[in-house]
Design a protein around this ligand. Sequence first.
Ligand SMILES: C[S@@+](CC[C@H](N)C(=O)[O-])C[C@H]1O[C@@H](n2cnc3c(N)ncnc32)[C@H](O)[C@@H]1O
Length: 362
Amino acid sequence: MDNRETIQREQSKGTAPTSTVGRGKSFTIEGAPTESRWTDEAVALYLGDSLDYYAEWDRPTVIVSDGAYGVLGFEGDTSDHLGIPEWYDKHAEAWSRYSTPQTTLWFWNSEIGWAAAHPVLEKHGWRYVNANIWNKGKAHVAGNVNTSKIRRFPVVSEVCVQYVLDAKIDGLPLKQWLLKEWKRTGLPVRAANTACGVADAAVRKYLDQGHLWYYPPPEMFGKLVAYANDHGGAEGRPYFSADGKSSMTADDWSRMRSKFFCPHGWMNVWDRAPLKGAERIKVPAQESKAAHLNQKPLDLMRLIIEASSERGDAVWEPFGGLFSASLAAKNLGRRAFGAERDPSYFQLAISERFSGNGRLFT
Ligand SMILES: C[S@@+](CC[C@H](N)C(=O)[O-])C[C@H]1O[C@@H](n2cnc3c(N)ncnc32)[C@H](O)[C@@H]1O
């Protein structure tokens, strides 16, 4: 159910915050179409609720979520973090339904918004990997904060949290499935070291069932499979098969986890000033006023997309705003699928950022 409807329902019971009208909306384009879709060779951007479009989009390698923060940042945002779990519930469920083990979810939010959303993400199978902090620096609050009044440290950060979907085969997490398959061969566990040509790493890492478990690199997986099929009991073959007909190849195995290419020199704190200047899209005919309160820097979008996908991969941006992730994805040779339900933001994003050979269907 749409959060606004829920809130209206709860308001009549006296249990909900009073408004979800965004405080940040600075303009409206009169006559902007209420239904449309923009496509070119790299992007497919939809006007409307992303929940209505997920089923049409190609399976994502990356999802960039920049939705409700609980700060009334746009119409439909909640007024505090209490509404956040319900707001994300259906999206988190759909993301896991359409994702693959190769998918990374980048979840942008305030720290309390993320804390509130985390149980919902976990409930739908998203496994926490890392929290990255966007440090906007002192300039973000300089001169605007009365520290004796706010009674806390001024906030100059957002988080961008990395989640993945844990793959399962035969209903088992990979580490359990690897050991189960090895045991099925009837070979002693230590024979896995011989299979991989290592002293003890295979037993210590690839077949470990605790926190020392280590995903076997595809080449090592290939060696385990070959050894199991050559030396394991004939009646149990093929070993390490997902379909019961043939063994998985090293290539199949490489697709069982998310992509990640750590860029040199980047840590989990990103010092980057708030977005200003030419990149910040302005209200039409008012060159001083920012059009969208939440427009993200292209370089940070580029950073996360480049780290978690390859050329040609699909990137989803379910809460488009001015579609910064989609533009970064297009510039990196990825394919983008996005949605924005506010017609004015949608129209402005298309005209300011996606001109060229595309087509607008209305
Ligand atoms: C935080 S902003 C995203 C800003 C964006 N990252 C950028 O750089 O411009 C969230 C946007 O999502 C839109 N939105 C919220 N719920 C939506 C939904 N279910 N489907 C599509 N758009 C939605 C809002 O109208 C708002 O513009």
